[in-house]
Design a protein around this ligand. Structure first.
Ligand SMILES: C=C1C[C@]23C[C@H]1CC[C@H]2[C@@]12CCC[C@@](C)(C(=O)O1)[C@H]2[C@@H]3C(=O)O
Ligand SMILES: O=C(O)CCC(=O)C(=O)O
Ligand SMILES: [Fe+2]
Length: 368
C-alpha cells in the first residue's frame, strides 16, 4: 500500500480525456448531455436551507453539531480567512483556467498521478462528460505552476501556499468543534492531532474547479453527485451559485454563495470516525447559462497512513462500531474502484435502523 497521498492512485491509472475549448461550443455536444431522469431524485422545490454558522456566536459548537447530524454540511462566516486572500485565490483560479488549452495541458495530471490539470477523478464512473475543468494540488504547486506560468509562477505559488496554510489552521479548529460536539474534547482523544493538538501532520488536497458558462445548463452537469472521501472539506465558491446537496426528504437543495462565507462539508472519513453520527453529504455542482463559476475545495484528512475508525468514546455495547479501521490511502484506493460503494465496503455491522448509507442508495452511476 503506498504511503503518500500523491501515490494513492498508482494502482488505478486513469485515462486522461481531453477537453474541448468550451468557449467555442455554442451547443451542448451529446457527450455532455446528461439524462436528468437518472438523478437520485427529481428536483424538488426545497423549503429548507443549509445551516449558517457565525464563528463568533457562542452557540457555534451546538449549531455545528446539529448541522453535521442533520445535513452533513453548513456555511461559516467570521472564520478568520481574509477576503483579500480569498480574492487572490479566485484571481489565481481565473488566471489558470483562462490560459490556452495547450498551455494547461502542459500541466496535465498523469494517468497514475493525483496532481495537475484534468477532469475530476470521479469522471471515469460516468458515461457522460462533465462541464468543468479541474486542477488538483497535492504537495507544493511549484512544478506544475512553472509549466503553466513560466514568467510569474512564483506569485501564484505563494498565493496557494498561504491559502493552504490558512486552510490547515481553519480545518484544525473545525475538527475540534465538530469532535467537541460529539464529546471528544481531550487532546489525548485524537493521538494523531499531535502534542500541540494542532493536527500538524494532517494531509490535504486542493481542488480548483472551473465551470464555464454553458449553452444548455439544464442538460449539463458541472460535477456529478459524490461524497468527499475526506474528514472535512472547506469549499470557497465565487458569487455564482451551482452547488447543491442531497437531503433525505427534501431532495436537491441549493447552497447559495454567502459573501465572505465558506462551505464546510462532512466527508466519508468523518462519517466513519463519528460512527455514522455525522453523515457525509452527497453533493453536485450545476452550471449556468450566462456566468462561469469558480470554486476551490480544500480536501482535508488524516496523515495518509493513520487508521481512522469509529472513535472509542462513541462505541459501546449498545453502539457497536459500524466501520472497520481504514487509512485515507486505502480508502481512496477503494473509492477509485467503486465510487459509491466505498463506505459500505468498510462497514462491519448493519445499523439498528437498517438504513443503508446515503451515497450507496443515491449515487447513480449509469447516466445518459
Ligand atoms: C485527496 C483526494 C480526494 C479526491 C481524490 C484525491 C484528490 C482529488 C479529490 C477529488 C476532488 C473532486 C471530487 C472528488 C470526488 C474527485 O473526483 O477528486 C474528490 C476526491 C475524493 O474526495 O474522493
Ligand atoms: O464546485 C463546487 O461547488 C463543488 C466542488 C466539489 O464538490 C469538490 O471539489 O469536491
Ligand atoms: Fe466534493
Amino acid at each position: 500500500m503506498p504511503s503518500r497521498l500523491s501515490d494513492a492512485f498508482r494502482a488505478h491509472p486513469q485515462q486522461q480525456l481531453k477537453h474541448p475549448d468550451f468557449t467555442s461550443l455554442h451547443e451542448l455536444p451529446d457527450s455532455y448531455a446528461w439524462n436528468q431522469r437518472d438523478d437520485p431524485s427529481p428536483e424538488t422545490f426545497a423549503t429548507e436551507s443549509v445551516p449558517l454558522v457565525d464563528f463568533n456566536d457562542s452557540n457555534a459548537l451546538q449549531v455545528i453539531g446539529h448541522a453535521c447530524k442533520t445535513w452533513g454540511i453548513f456555511q461559516v462566516t467570521n472564520h478568520g480567512i481574509s477576503t483579500s486572500l480569498l480574492d487572490m485565490v479566485e484571481h489565481t483560479c481565473r488566471s489558470l483556467f483562462s490560459l490556452p488549452v495547450h498551455q494547461k495541458l502542459k500541466a496535465a495530471r498523469s494517468p497514475d498521478g493525483v496532481s495537475g490539470y484534468g477532469f475530476a477523478r470521479i469522471s471515469s464512473f460516468f458515461s457522460k462528460l462533465m462541464w468543468s475543468e479541474g486542477f488538483t494540488i497535492v504537495g507544493p504547486p511549484d512544478e506544475h505552476f512553472c509549466q503553466l506560468w513560466p514568467q510569474d509562477f512564483s506569485y501564484h505559488c505563494d498565493v496557494i501556499k498561504e491559502y493552504k496554510e490558512e486552510m490547515k489552521k481553519l480545518a484544525g479548529r473545525l475538527m475540534w468543534l465538530m469532535l467537541g460536539s460529539l464529546g471528544i474534547i481531550a487532546k489525548e482523544d485524537i493521538k494523531w492531532a499531535g502534542p500541540k493538538a494542532d493536527f500538524k501532520e494532517a494531509s490535504a488536497a486542493l481542488q480548483l474547479n472551473y465551470y464555464p458558462a454553458c449553452p444548455d445548463p439544464d442538460r449539463a452537469m458541472g460535477l456529478a453527485p459524490h461524497t468527499d472521501s475526506t474528514l472535512l472539506t472547506i469549499l470557497y465558491q465565487n458569487s455564482t451559485s451551482g452547488l447543491q446537496v442531497f437531503k433525505e426528504g427534501a431532495g436537491w437543495v441549493a447552497v447559495p454563495p454567502v459573501p465572505g462565507g465558506l462551505v464546510i462539508n462532512v466527508g466519508d472519513l468523518m462519517h466513519i470516525l463519528s460512527n455514522g453520527s455525522y453523515q457525509s453529504v452527497l453533493h453536485r455542482a450545476m452550471v449556468n447559462r450566462s456566468h462561469h463559476r469558480l470554486s476551490s475545495a480544500y480536501l482535508y484528512g488524516p496523515p495518509s497512513t493513520v487508521e481512522i475508525s469509529p472513535h472509542p468514546k462513541l462505541v459501546g455495547p449498545t453502539h457497536p462500531p459500524l466501520y472497520r479501521p481504514v487509512t485515507w490511502n486505502e480508502y481512496l484506493h477503494t473509492k477509485a474502484k467503486h465510487i459509491n460503494k466505498a463506505l459500505s465496503s468498510v462497514r462491519v455491522c448493519v445499523p439498528l435502523n437498517g438504513l443503508g448509507d446515503v451515497n450507496e442508495q443515491n449515487n447513480s452511476v449509469t447516466v445518459g
